[in-house]
Design a protein around this ligand. Structure first.
Ligand code: MN
Length: 723
C-alpha cells in the first residue's frame, strides 16, 4: 500500500465533488503532525500516516469537515500532550466531542471476561448514541489498524482480530457498512485461523480458471437478455468473501462443494420495477432453487439493506446467487449509515428520533433494568446476531425478533403486561399455538385477559426463546407466586432426584441450596420454581460430588490418564479428545482429512475451535517451529465411535465399461456410503476416478483400497488429501 501524505489527502479532497473547509483540515493536520512528531508505527512508518489513512478512508465515505479533522487528531489526546480543551478552543465543540468519544472507546478493555463484554459494548453504544460519527471514525481507525496488523507481534494480531470479529464487525454490520464489515472479517479470520483460510484459498484456487470463465459466461448470458433496459444495468460477478465461505464450511459444517453461494452475480438497475423485471428474466434463463428467493425490497433487513436475492442453477449444474437492486439500494448496501453523508445532506449529530437506531436505545434501557450479568451478555449476543425476523402488530408497528422466536416472545416484546396477560395469538387472522415461530412479514395479534389474577404459564419458560421474555416470565413468578414456586420447585426437585437415582436426603438438598447461595431450603425450592436455579446444573453438581465421594470411599486414586479422560469427556465431539481442553468446537482440516486411527494433532484457532490435522500433514510439519508453535495441541481419537468420515480415493483404470460397475460393487459390498464420484479421461486413454466415500476408520479404508486395487483394469488407487 502506498504511504499516504497530506499532499495525497489534499488531492483526494480537491478531486472529489464535495466542498471542504480546507484551512480547518490543514490546521488539524498541522496540530496532529506536530504532536505525533517522532512517534513511529510498528510498520516503521511515521505515526502521522495512521491518522492520515483514517481520514482518507472517511473521505471515501464523503464524511464532513469536522469528522475529517477529528480523524486526523483522533489519537493526540491519548498519545500526546495535546488536551481536549485545546482542541475545543481551536476546532469547536463537535470536533472535541468526537475526539473524546474515539479516545474513550479506545480505552474500553474489550475481549476480556464475558460479564465485562456487556459493559464494554454498552460504553461503545453510549458513545455512538451521542454522535454516530464517533463510531464511524472508530471503525475507520480499526479498519486501518487491521490493514497494518501484519507489522504487529502475533499475540497482538490474535487479540485485535478477535476483538474485531466480536465487536467491530458486528457493529459495522448493524450500521449497514458491509464493505467495512467484510474487509474486517476477512483480515481477522486470516490471523485467527490461518490454516482454515489457506484451505479455502486452495480450494478456490483449484478452479480459478473455470470459475472466471463461468462467471463471465453468466454475465454475458444475462446481458444479452436485458438489452432493452436503458441506461444499461451494471452487472458484476464475484466469489463471496472467504469469511462467508468459512462460516458455512466450519460453523455450519458444509463441505466446500455443497456451498450454494460461493458465486454471486450482482445486477444494479435504476428502478424497483426494473428489479422485478430482471428477476423474471433470471428465473427464465436459469432454474431457481426452491426457498432460496428472498425479497429484501419489500421487507428490508434491520440495517436497511434492500435487494432481491435468488439462487439459481445454470446448465453446468453450478448454483450461484443473484442479487438485484437499484443504485440507491446499492449505495446503502455498501456504505450503510455513512451513505447519509455520501449521498444526502448528512445526519445531525444525535441519533435520537432516528427509527433505525431504536435498537441502540432499547439495548441501553434494557441493560439498566437487568440485574444479572449473564443475562446481559446473553441479550447482547442475541442482539448482535444476524438472523432476525420482522413481525408486525395489527397497527403496523415493526418488531425485530431473533430467528426462531415465537408469539410469546412477540407479546413480551410489545410490553411486559401484554406478555403476562396473553391468552392467545392470531397470525394472519388464524389462531396459532404459543410455540408458533413468527416469520418475517407475519402480522401477529395478541389476545389478553382482563382478569387481575391471570398470569403466564410456567411452561412458557421452556417455550420462550428471547432472553427478554424469559427474564420477564421468571420475574413474574418470582414476585407473584412464592407459595406456588415452592411447591413446584419441590416437585421438580423430587422428580429429577428420582430420575437420577439421587437419595432424597435433607443433607444433600441443603448442601445444594448452600451452593446456590440460598439461605433456606424454601428459598431454594422457590428459585427452582421460578427458574432462577437450573435443576440440570444442580443435578450435575450433585453427581460430581457423589462421584468424588465414591472414589474416596473406594480409595482408588485415579491415574493421570483417567483424570484427563474425565475432564475431556465433554470435548469428545466427533470422537476426538483434546488434551486439557474442555468442550470445544472441533473441525477436521481439509488439507489432510484425518481418519480415525491416523496419528493426529490439533491447532487452536483462538475463538474458532480446534482444527484436527494428521501429524504428517505438510501444514503441521512446515509450521511446527513458526510463531504459532504454541498453538499446536495434543489430540487423539476417543476409541469406539460410530461417526463416519469422508475420504477421497484417486483411482486410475483402463478404459473398460466394466470398471465403473466393479468399483461401485466393491463399495456397495462393503456397505460404504458413496458421497461423490467424478471421472475424466486421461490423455493416455486411461480413466481417472475421484470417489468420496463415508468411512468409519483407517482399517476399513485399507480394506476397501485393497479390494479396489484387485479389480481387473485398475492401475492404481491412492487416498488423496482432498475431502
Ligand atoms: Mn488510531
Amino acid at each position: 500500500m502506498d504511504t499516504i501524505t497530506i499532499d495525497t489527502l489534499m488531492e483526494k479532497i480537491k478531486s472529489g465533488d464535495k466542498t471542504y473547509d480546507i484551512d480547518k483540515i490543514m490546521r488539524a493536520y498541522d496540530l496532529a503532525d506536530a504532536a505525533h512528531e517522532g512517534q513511529m508505527r510498528s510498520s516503521g512508518e511515521k505515526y502521522i500516516t495512521h491518522p492520515l489513512s483514517v481520514a482518507s478512508i472517511l473521505l471515501d465515505y464523503c464524511m464532513d469537515t469536522d469528522t475529517i479533522c477529528a480523524a486526523l487528531m483522533h489519537d493526540v489526546v491519548e498519545d500526546t500532550d495535546v488536551t481536549l480543551d485545546e482542541i475545543r478552543k481551536k476546532f469547536g465543540e463537535d470536533v472535541a466531542l468526537m475526539v473524546d468519544g474515539v479516545t474513550k472507546i479506545g480505552q474500553v478493555p474489550l475481549n476480556t471476561k464475558e460479564e465485562q463484554q456487556a459493559e464494554n459494548i454498552r460504553k461503545i453504544l453510549m458513545a455512538m448514541s451521542k454522535d454516530i460519527r464517533v463510531i464511524i471514525i472508530k471503525l475507520a481507525d480499526r479498519l486501518h489498524n487491521m490493514r497494518t496488523l501484519y507489522a504487529r507481534p502475533p499475540e497482538k494480531q490474535r487479540k485485535t482480530s478477535l476483538e474485531t470479529m466480536n465487536f467491530y464487525a458486528p457493529i459495522a454490520h448493524r450500521l449497514g457498512m458491509s464493505d467495512v464489515k467484510e474487509e474486517m472479517e476477512s483480515i481477522a479470520i486470516h490471523y485467527l485461523d490461518p490454516y482454515g483460510c489457506r484451505e479455502i484459498e486452495r480450494l478456490l484456487d483449484i478452479h480459478k480458471v473455470e470459475r472466471d470463465s463461468f462467471i463471465d459466461s453468466i454475465i454475458e448470458k444475462i446481458r444479452s437478455r436485458i438489452t432493452d433496459i436503458k441506461p444499461e444495468p451494471i452487472i458484476s460477478g464475484r466469489v463471496k468473501s472467504i469469511f462467508s465461505i468459512y462460516k458455512k464450511m466450519y460453523v455450519k459444517n458444509k463441505p466446500f462443494d455443497e456451498i450454494y453461494d460461493i458465486y454471486a452475480v450482482r445486477i444494479i438497475v435504476q428502478s424497483v420495477i426494473e428489479c422485478y423485471n430482471v428477476l423474471g428474466v433470471i428465473h427464465d434463463l436459469f432454474s431457481p432453487i426452491p426457498y432460496r428467493f428472498k425479497d429484501y425490497i419489500a421487507t428490508p433487513k434491520p440495517n436497511r439493506y434492500q435487494s432481491l436475492h435468488t439462487t439459481v442453477i445454470g446448465k453446468e449444474g453450478t448454483p450461484f446467487e443473484v442479487q438485484i437492486r437499484t443504485v440507491e439500494m446499492h449505495n446503502t448496501a455498501q456504505y450503510g449509515i455513512a451513505a447519509h453523508w455520501k449521498y444526502k445532506a448528512g445526519l445531525k449529530g444525535s441519533v435520537a428520533g432516528e427509527k433505525r437506531f431504536d435498537w441502540i436505545r432499547e439495548l441501553l434501557e434494557r441493560q439498566q433494568e437487568a440485574d444479572d450479568v449473564e443475562q446481559i451478555a446473553d441479550a447482547i449476543k442475541n442482539d448482535l446476531a444476524q438472523d432476525e425476523v420482522f413481525v408486525f402488530s395489527p397497527k403496523g408497528d415493526v418488531f425485530t425478533l431473533p430467528l426462531g422466536a415465537n408469539v410469546i416472545d412477540f407479546a413480551y416484546a410489545i410490553h411486559t403486561e401484554v406478555g403476562n396477560k396473553m391468552t392467545g395469538a392470531k397470525v394472519g387472522g388464524r389462531m396459532v399455538p404459543f410455540d408458533y415461530q413468527v416469520k418475517t412479514g407475519d402480522i401477529v395479534e395478541i389476545f389478553t385477559s382482563g382478569s387481575p389474577n391471570y398470569g403466564p404459564n410456567r411452561n412458557w419458560l421452556e417455550i420462550a426463546k428471547t432472553t427478554e421474555a424469559k427474564g420477564k416470565i421468571r420475574s413474574w413468578f418470582k414476585k407473584e407466586r412464592r407459595e406456588e414456586n415452592i411447591v413446584c420447585g419441590r416437585e421438580e426437585l423430587e422428580r429429577e432426584f428420582r430420575r437420577n437415582g439421587i437419595p432424597l436426603s435433607e443433607e444433600v438438598i441443603s448442601q445444594a441450596a448452600e451452593r446456590a447461595h440460598l439461605d433456606s431450603i424454601d428459598d431454594f425450592y422457590a428459585a427452582i420454581g421460578y427458574g432462577g436455579v437450573s435443576m440440570s446444573k444442580v443435578i450435575q453438581r450433585i453427581k460430581e460430588e457423589q462421584l468424588r465421594v465414591q472414589r474416596e470411599q473406594n480409595a482408588v486414586v485415579p491415574t493421570a490418564e483417567e483424570n484427563i479422560e474425565e475432564t475431556n469427556r465433554r470435548s469428545r465431539q466427533k470422537g476426538i479428545i483434546i488434551e486439557g481442553v474442555d468442550n470445544c468446537m472441533i473441525k477436521f482440516a481439509q488439507c489432510c482429512n484425518p481418519l480415525p486411527g491416523d496419528p493426529i494433532i490439533g491447532f487452536v484457532t483462538r475463538g474458532f475451535g480446534v482444527s484436527i490435522h494428521k501429524q504428517d500433514c505438510v501444514n503441521v510439519i512446515n509450521n511446527m517451529d513458526s510463531e504459532n508453535s504454541d498453538r499446536w495441541i495434543k489430540a487423539s481419537w476417543a476409541g469406539v465411535d460410530d461417526s463416519t468420515y469422508r475420504a477421497t480415493i484417486d483411482i486410475v483404470a483402463e478404459q473398460k465399461s466394466s470398471v465403473i460397475a466393479d468399483i461401485t460393487a466393491v463399495i456397495a459390498a462393503n456397505r460404504i456410503p458413496l458421497h461423490e464420484m467424478n471421472m475424466h479421461r486421461l490423455k493416455n486413454g486411461n480413466v481417472n476416478f475421484l470417489i468420496t466415500i463415508e468411512i468409519a476408520g483407517v482399517e476399513q479404508l485399507a480394506n476397501v483400497m485393497l479390494r479396489l486395487k484387485k479389480i481387473p483394469g485398475v492401475v492404481s488407487a491412492e487416498r488423496t488429501g482432498k475431502a
